[in-house]
Design a binder for this molecule. Structure first.
Ligand code: CAA
Length: 266
């Protein structure tokens, strides 16, 4: 897929055992060019390689106007159908990389989360947003359809009927409606409280067993959308895997001995 002019920028910062990934291309409202997508995939691969040292990730957009305003429309205009498919596969790979990270990822949306931007947020474990944010799948307004998982993950998040309404109309919804629809878990008055809220949640998660959280995430992601029988089998396997961990032995022993557990993540 051809890449477009200006250099893609994805920043990775540390905050103790948390990581903050920022898409920093504000001139194009953080639109996802192939180079931004590639950089995002590499960043999440690097975080995965760190293993249990990373206990949670915040994914956000720079510039104060957008999380991500979608795939880069200028770049899309030049693609052949085959290149479009290639871009779609790249977007799906990035989403899968986020979903396969052991630690939870919170999308912190402050502004527009549209098209591929909403799809990227949907690949995260949770979406937190400022009140001034808006969400939509406007692809049909461009003669396009969602290409980075919107037809798959949006119905899972909001139900099939709401997803159809959003995808067919292309209309934008505000944060209040997104919370009511179950798309956004929490909303905040401003960016500062948004990031603080996400940190608080991730720190709360980090108090628990990292291996248990990772197994829970793996099962939730794998079971989502599968038939009940498959989903329950996946859960049994995850339950069994938890029994194999030191953390499970420690957690139940600590409960019985009426003390705080000392988890190691193994
Ligand atoms: N791709 C490329 N550039 C984009 C962009 C995008 N998705 N969204 C915004 N920009 C650029 C604009 O072209 C503009 O650039 P210039 O200053 O060089 O003209 C700059 O960002 C600021 O945008 P606007 O001037 O349009 O700002 P606005 O406040 O008037 O409107 C907006 C904001 C409503 C978000 C509007 O920019 C917009 O509608 N953007 C496109 C949203 C969209 O359709 N997204 C879906 C893309 S397709 C997709 O994502 C496919 C998929 O599923 C993978």
């Amino acid at each position: 897929v051809p890449e477009r002019g200006d250099a893609a920028e994805v920043r990775l910062e540390r905050d103790g055992h948390l990581a903050v990934v920022t898409i920093d291309r504000p001139k194009a409202l953080n639109a996802l060019s192939a180079s931004v997508l590639t950089a995002l995939g590499e960043t999440f691969d690097a975080l995965a390689a760190e293993g249990p040292a990373v206990r949670g990730v915040i994914l956000t957009g720079a510039g104060g106007r957008a999380f991500v305003a979608g795939a880069d429309i200028v770049a899309l205009s030049e693609l052949t159908p085959e290149q479009g498919a290639e871009l779609g596969r790249l977007g799906h790979r990035v989403a899968a990389t986020i979903e396969s990270l052991a630690a939870p990822v919170i999308a912190c949306v402050d502004g527009f989360a549209l098209g591929g931007g909403l799809e990227l947020a949907l690949a995260c474990d949770l979406i937190y947003a400022t009140d001034a944010s808006s969400f939509g799948q406007p692809e049909v307004k461009l003669g396009l359809v969602p290409g980075f998982g919107g037809t798959v993950r949006l119905p899972r998040a909001v139900g099939l009927a709401r997803a159809k309404e959003l995808i067919y109309t292309g209309r934008r919804i505000d944060a209040a409606e997104a919370v009511a629809a179950g798309l956004v878990t929490r909303s905040f008055p401003d960016r500062e409280s948004l990031l603080a809220g996400a940190r608080t949640t991730l720190e709360q998660v980090a108090e628990n067993s990292a291996s248990a959280v990772a197994i829970a995430k793996r099962v939730l992601v794998a079971a989502s959308g599968t038939p009940t029988e498959t989903a329950t089998q996946l859960e049994v396997r995850g339950f069994e895997d938890a029994f194999r961990t030191d953390d499970m032995r420690e957690g139940v022993a600590a409960f019985i001995e009426k003390r705080e557990p000392r988890f190691t993540g193994s």
